[in-house]
Design a protein around this ligand. Structure first.
Ligand SMILES: NC(=O)c1ccc[n+]([C@@H]2O[C@H](COP(=O)([O-])OP(=O)(O)OC[C@H]3O[C@@H](n4cnc5c(N)ncnc54)[C@H](O)[C@@H]3O)[C@@H](O)[C@H]2O)c1
Ligand SMILES: O=C(O)C[C@H](O)C(=O)O
Length: 321
């Protein structure tokens, strides 16, 4: 399996590469070769990471290639993790960030289109992840859009952890939690269908609305406030979970959350990259259909999807789609 990681010398890269190389992503039987894409000024740091990977003597790890050339990095890639992106800095407006990231994700989409393996699967982690995935997919016309996804698994895992903490139920007993919409503060972490030990349970709506939702949706900012930098190990762990479930399949009776290109399900405008409840049997992600959406959920989903539509309009105006 050839796995390309962009932004490989960054914080998430440093937490992610060792887990991939150890077999945590695809299990103990699948050897992995790594392609690390970095900016020219970070190539030395990426070399250092590769030296440490060598020093782990991972039995599953094949060759490691380090490059600042996207065509080389995505050559033959079966999996592409697009982590490297331009973080927001002081004085930057949302539109500036979208433009800066368009300059990264449009060429990377083209490089994936021209060089990746026929079965490539792409996970966008770099923010704003949903819209970056939209840009990459739009610039890869020969790759089915179903092969592009953006990461909301970290939000999903945060929701599991919060519910576990509030109920005392172990994370392993909780199922059917959903993240809808954008990987941003407007996301909607939804417990309407959640189960503990396979059963529906009584849930305090005040806690959901005033504590659970703001905690999950604001967790990225809370981590930045506490650490001074954004989440890295938990983001890497979520990326491992996302790819494992996509390639090896989700557990029977449960689903996960991933941002994928909407087919119009649940009133989410077709073409937007929005988070949904999804399953996989090892092929494409499938949206879990037929869930009842009450008025509260409808409002929350619509608000986050409206933000996604605004982001799409902004990158469309920049000529990135
Ligand atoms: N979706 C999520 O749940 C989630 C969670 C945490 C972080 N993030 C996002 O992930 C991204 C990476 O976070 P980080 O903490 O690793 O950042 P970081 O700044 O530590 O590392 C980013 C790396 O990307 C590299 N890079 C920048 N542009 C590149 C390009 N065009 N090609 C290749 N490499 C490039 C930089 O040189 C740097 O080494 C950020 O956008 C962050 O906001 C997303
Ligand atoms: O919130 C952020 O900016 C960082 C990241 O997307 C996160 O969710 O931790």
């Amino acid at each position: 399996m050839i796995i390309t990681v962009t932004g490989a010398a960054g914080q998430i890269g440093y937490a992610l590469l060792f887990r991939i190389a150890s077999g945590a992503m695809f299990g103990p039987d699948i050897p992995v070769s790594l392609r690390l894409l970095e900016l020219p000024q970070a190539l030395d740091a990426a070399e250092g990471v590769a030296m440490e990977l060598d020093d782990c003597a991972f039995p599953l790890l094949g060759d490691i290639e380090i490059t600042d050339d996207a065509d080389v990095a995505f050559e033959g890639a079966n999996v592409a993790l697009l982590v490297g992106s331009r973080p927001r800095t002081a004085g930057m407006e949302r539109g500036d960030l979208l433009a800066a990231n368009g300059a990264i994700f449009a060429p990377q989409g083209r490089a994936i289109n021209d060089n990746a393996a026929d079965d490539v699967r792409v996970l966008v982690v770099g923010n704003p992840a949903n819209t970056n995935a939209l840009i990459a997919s739009a610039n890869a016309p020969d790759v089915p859009s179903a092969r592009f996804s953006a990461m909301t698994r970290l939000d999903h895992n945060r929701a599991l952890a919060q519910l576990s903490g509030a109920t005392g139920a172990p994370v392993s007993a909780i199922s059917r939690v959903t993240i809808w919409g954008n990987h941003s503060a407007t996301q909607y972490p939804d417990l309407s269908n959640a189960r503990i030990e396979g059963e529906r349970f009584e849930i305090d709506r005040t806690w959901v609305e005033q504590d659970f939702i703001p905690t999950v949706a604001g967790r990225g900012a809370a981590i930045i406030a506490a650490r001074g930098v954004s989440s890295a190990a938990s983001a890497a762990s979520a990326a491992v979970d996302h790819l494992r479930d996509w390639v090896l399949g989700t557990p029977v009776g449960d689903w996960t959350s991933a941002a994928i290109v909407s087919d119009g399900s649940y009133g989410v405008a077709a073409g937007l990259v929005s988070s949904f409840p999804v399953t996989s049997d090892g092929g494409d992600w499938q949206i879990v259909e037929g869930l009842e959406i009450d008025e509260f959920s409808r409002g929350r989903i619509d608000a986050s999807v409206a933000e996604l539509a605004e982001e799409r309009a902004a990158v469309e105006a920049l000529g990135l789609l």
